[in-house]
Structures are given as C-alpha cells and as structure tokens.
Ligand binder design. Structure first.
Ligand code: BGC
Length: 409
C-alpha cells in the first residue's frame, strides 16, 4: 500500500486516526467488499494492477467515508466498480466491469469491428475521446479541410476510432483536499492520431465527496483547430451488476426533445418526445416502452435494438439531466451535467462471452449508460442552429463537468 490520502490531514497526525484508517481499510477495501456503515473522511489508496503496452497500470480505490467506494484504473480511465448502499445499508456494485485488467484489454483491443450496428467493444466505464459517439462516414470538414478517420462502426467512426482514449495508460495523480479525494488523469492524444488534427492535451479529474457524488471534470486544449466530445462510458445497474436486466428500474430525463437516427444510428434531426417511447419527462420503468412501435423514420427501437439515442437536456450550465432509481433496492442515481446532450444506451450489444466482475454473464439490457456529451455527429453540423459547437481552437480550454450522485429513496 504505497500511500493513503485522507482529506483532513491533521487527523493523520494522531495515532487514533491512523488506527481508524487502517481498521477501515482492513474491513472494507482490503476485504474487497466495501462496508456501508463506516463514516470516516474520504480516502484514496492504490495497488499495482498489471501492465498494458509495457506500462504499469494501477487500480485506485476512492472511498467517500459514507458507504460509497469507487475503483478506477488508469488504463482507459476506467471506472471499474461503484459500490453504493441501498435501503437498509445493503451495498451493491452498480457498475458493470471486469475483475482483471486482461479482460479489459481483451475486450477493448482485440474485438473485431462489426460491419454495422454496435461496437464489438463494450467500453465499460472508460473515458471516451477525442470524439465520443458517432461521426458519419468517417470524415468531417473543418475550415475547408476534409479529415478522413478510420471507420470502426459500419461506415462511422465511433468513440474516437479504434484504440482510442479507452485503451491508453493515463498518467495518474491521487489528490486530496478538504472534504474530497480525487484521481487526476492526463493523456495527450497526438496530432494526426486516428486522422484528427491537432494534439489534444486532456485532463480528467474523478472526485469523490462525502455526499456520495462522483464528480468528473474534463479539460482539454489543442495545438490545431479540431473537434472534441468527451464522456464516461459507465454502464449502470442499480440493482447490482450481473443481477439481470434493468427494465424495472426507472428513469427520468430532463428533456422534451431527442435526436432520432437513421439505420447507421446517425441523428436525422430533432423530434419532440411527447407521445413516443422516448418520453421520460416523468419517471417510468426503462423497459415499459422499449418494444413499443414508433416513429415514421423507421422504428427507432428496432434500428437501435433498444434505446441508443441522444436526448437534448433542457437548460444550460450544471443542471440535473436524469434521475434513475431501482425501486426494489431504493438506490437512486442523480446525474448532473454541463453537457447539452445525454446518450442513453440500454446495453443492446452486450452479447457473447462477457463475464463480469462477480463472475456472472452480462446480456442485452443488463445496464444503461448515461453518456453526457455533445450530440452525435455534430462535426457534420458545425455552425447550424441547435447544434452546440464541438470545435476546439488553439488558445481555448474545453471545460465540462458531470456528477453522478447516489442516494437512497
Ligand atoms: C453507443 C452504442 C455502442 C456502445 C459501445 C454507445 O455509446 O451509443 O451504440 O454500441 O457505445 O459499447
């Protein structure tokens, strides 16, 4: 155990506090099963977790001190697990993931790219960049120059193209301050990598606070004009990963409008959610309308094999985007974001040999993602009204915050 950071350093000076910290770690982290009852200051610890591309990888454990434990690896910035209490203090891991680094490397780096539809890669928990979601036809034009990108999702470029941010070993720095612990991750995406112009220097800070909120802050700068869109690709199942499908869990989305898609899952414009299965203005079970016929453009839920769509979040700046709840356990997840859009994906392409953290196989519908981001394929709508800009120029700093805050109903 190379270091233990506590948010209130003076406490560390007393032998009592050190003993409490050690006991907490023995009871919680070290045993693998976090304990909901402790109420101590947030902490961050880490351990070696193998290597990727010849670089050492670590697994960091962040504890809120109020029953929430998040494990994050600097491979892909992956959120490997999120343990949170439910009613009666029952703790479950609500994030899909793998127990070993080699499973991530195999899933993220060794899958064949499918000819159409979803990705061969789950992107479980990962940081996605430099352009999250799809860019149609693997090309875009910026300032009169057309850039050609690898097509790793039918005709599209998905999640920055092959072997992108989710497969890199990020430089990690644990941090702590009054009332928080954090993991700062940095990575520079080279100029020309996967065809994108400009070297993009990224910082992603995962911060855990005593109110059981995981705050993700993204900043980026570039050396040439480029397009950017970042997200986190955690798959949530509030009843616990591997417990079955999420169709009885409820979702409310702060949105009147979504972007329907064509057969390649590229947005075709904007539609009101009213009267469609995409109406989550009031909380409803995720599965209630997932097989309901809809839309003149083609049945959206057939095209996408479930929900795999972008909602336009009402308002600007940091605001509530969505509330998810598991009525059985009482676990609630409130998502706040500064981003204009939210891609909700119901794990439609979870197929094959996907044995998760606790040894159970994941199947279609076993999770939902809440990917806060700019709208898919925005590089084809630069300058159009209704499409927030994804252009980043030298001298500017991209800034974005998303908060996943857990509670009990
Ligand atoms: C996309 C899905 C894709 C998945 C990859 C999501 O963000 O919208 O279509 O299959 O990522 O796991």
């Amino acid at each position: 155990m190379p270091y233990v950071f506590r948010s209130r350093k003076p406490l560390m000076r007393t032998g009592i506090a050190v003993s409490i910290a050690v006991l907490a770690l023995v009871a919680g982290t070290a045993a693998g099963a976090p304990n909901a009852r402790r109420a101590v200051n947030p902490s961050i610890t880490s351990k070696a977790w193998g290597s990727a591309h010849g670089q050492p990888v670590r697994l960091y454990t962040l504890e809120s001190g109020h029953g929430m434990t998040v494990r994050i690896t600097n491979y892909g910035g992956v959120v490997q697990s999120i343990y949170v209490p439910g009613r009666g203090g029952h703790v479950a891991n609500v994030a899909l993931g793998f127990s070993k680094l080699s499973d991530y490397v195999n899933d993220f780096e060794n899958q064949p790219w499918p000819a159409s539809g979803g990705s061969g890669d789950t992107y479980f928990g990962a940081i996605i960049g430099r352009y999250a979601n799809r860019i149609a036809n693997g090309e875009f034009t910026l300032n009169g120059t057309t850039y050609h990108l690898p097509q790793n999702n039918g005709p599209n470029t998905l999640h920055g193209g092959p072997l992108s941010y989710n497969t890199k070993v990020w430089t990690a720095t644990p941090q702590s301050g009054k009332g928080f612990v954090a993991l700062k991750l940095t990575y520079t995406d080279p100029d020309g990598y996967n065809g994108f112009p400009g070297a993009v220097a990224n910082t992603v800070v995962y911060k855990l606070t005593p109110d059981n909120a995981l705050r993700i802050h993204y900043t980026a700068t570039t050396t040439k004009p480029t397009v950017v869109n970042f997200t986190n690709h955690t798959y949530f199942n509030l009843a616990g990963e591997g417990s079955g499908n999420v169709f009885a869990q409820t979702l409310q989305i702060n949105s009147n409008t979504f972007t329907p898609v064509n057969a390649n899952l590229i947005p075709t414009g904007f539609e009101p959610v009213a009267g469609t299965p995409f109406d989550f203005r009031r909380a409803k079970p995720i599965g209630r309308d997932i097989r309901r016929a809809n839309m003149r453009e083609g049945d959206q839920l057939v095209i996408a094999h479930g929900y795999d769509h972008n909602w336009v979040i009402k308002g600007h700046s940091l605001r509530l985007a969505a509330v998810a709840e598991d009525p059985a356990s009482g676990r609630v997840l409130r998502t706040y974001s500064t981003e204009p859009g939210l891609q909700v994906y119901t794990g439609n392409f979870l197929v094959g040999d996907l044995v998760g953290t606790s040894g159970r196989t994941y199947r279609q519908g076993d999770a939902f993602t809440l990917e806060t981001q700019h709208y898919p394929d925005s590089p084809h709508h630069i300058g159009e009204p209704g499409w927030p800009s994804v252009v980043l120029n030298p001298g500017q700093t991209f800034n974005s915050t998303t908060i996943f805050k857990f509670g009990v109903a």
